[in-house]
Design a protein around this ligand. Sequence first.
Ligand code: SAH
Length: 242
Amino acid sequence: MNINKTDAAKDPLGAMLLEYMHGNIGVSITVEAENFEMTTMTGATMFREYSEMEQLEQHALALCKGKILDVGAGSGCHSLFLQQQGKDVHALDISPGCVQVLNERKIQHVIHQNLFSLKTCQYNTVLMLMNGIGICGTVDGLHFFFQFIPTLLAEGGQILVDSTDPFVLDGISREDYHPSEIYPGETDFIMKYKKISSEQFSWLYVDFDTLQSFAEFYGFQCERIIAGSDGEYLAKIHSHSH
Ligand code: SAH
């Protein structure tokens, strides 16, 4: 598991968000998957306001309580809303450009670190949105995640995380998939903005049942809070005592 921060010269997302914030509102990055499929992520999407968010995100924000860690805060859209609600939120991001954006947007607590290099802390809510569990990279990465995450949680703390079922996303039938094959939700991406390219990084889309069985194996409860029609869902993971 990589625990380094992003190099500023390889930070297309941060560069794009900084330009957007400084008035260049038409900007977007391209995201290339290993199968050469290309998508774009616009500055406007990353800077979405509460009223423009998916119901799943709005629901997650309503469930946030206590001391909150916004993992991979990006432009800070969720942190800013929570802060405006008077909640105690810490925005964490690995990208120097994102961290500059978070500071300029006056998020009070900004942490420039890789999630997996955080030292013991006591959060009541760990918030991971926009296919947030993707940060685990692979199904195997879920083992590391569930062993690591208790060091960040206060007693009774919860993780609110979303993902998308790759079987629905890619239209792969479950019967055609054998557990010995590479899990269909494991993807490698490269992001590009103007001349800036990121390193290749792994991102995971995981179906709810797989996530739940990992969570339970590590002694957590995992509930599906909302499910959308394209395979997306919000899950709440918490310890058994609460
Ligand atoms: N949550 C935001 C941004 C999602 S994009 C939103 O919903 O709009 C994912 C973000 O996670 C990016 O800003 C990226 O820099 C950050 N990120 C990726 N890997 C990370 C890691 N290991 N630790 C901390 N942040 C990470």
